[in-house]
Design a protein around this ligand. Sequence first.
Ligand code: PBG
Length: 330
Amino acid sequence: MIITGKYPNLRLRRNRKTDWSRRLTQENTLSKNDLILPIFVIDGNKKKQKIKNMPGVYRYSIDNLSLILNKAIKYKIPMVAIFPYINQKLKNNLGSEALNKNNLVCKAIKYIKKRYKNKIGIMCDVALDPFTSHGHDGLIKNGEILNDETINILIKQALIQAEMGCDVIAPSDMMDGRIGQIRKALDKKNFKNVQILSYSAKYASSFYGPFREAVGSQTMLKGDKKTYQMDYRNKHEAIREVALDIKEGADMVMVKPGMPYLDVIKTIKENFKIPVIAYQVSGEYSLIMNGINKGIIDDRSIIESLSSFKRAGANAIITYFADRIVKKLI
Ligand code: PBG
């Protein structure tokens, strides 16, 4: 630690005394370029559907996607993340709808690519949970989530998304070895330039509740995800997960959830110097939004929470606040 003087000749408040001086000496900046906006899509026509526990967030039918995308593009948000609300009737044990080339995710990718070309990046989850009747991210047999068998399906899901024009494949399933297998398959099919953002350090968290309602998997989920998502007491394990994913070909890695895991973000950034994406998840959104709606806190708390990710070392943040906050950023 370098301290170059002491009170009274050293006064740290001097640099804070005016707005221009605070701007001049700031260590981090939050900008539009740091935001990734999640979008929920649903079948049907002209839908903009409220999500009970996520006030201000909606499910859009494809024909209404421009309502949110025009805004994202106008304000130069770099990327959106697509999450589908799948009709219960299309869900089964194997999650086979995930491999339907005409499913909701595929339709959304095609629509956005056709209309907006490369003005905005598209990221898609690779995992089975929106499509399975049990709500788990993988195949299940006698209560066990099968690793290798699941990967075989994830590979196909990733290839379909790439074929539709998805820019960034984001495996969120936490199966061992899936990044390498998906990278290999993508390369073999000549999708060499499709990026992989791995949900590397994804914790089994109780902050995902509102998201599961948003994609309609909450009531279906049997048990928890602790045999594949990480234990929130662990940090060294996150380093190992990230190290493996980088070796296997990940272009970017993610830490998820966000605010309770700032220490993990910092550790990963310091160790690997790779683009690190933080996910401010649905439960975090709901908490802050609840405070705002009750008048307990205001929108400045959003900027503060997002800035904490930058300070910890994140390159960008997936946040449901992206569209709400972007016009206030440079
Ligand atoms: C699916 C997935 C989840 C989230 C993103 N992708 C939920 C889960 O793993 O159960 C959570 C996002 C959020 O809570 O905002 N694999």
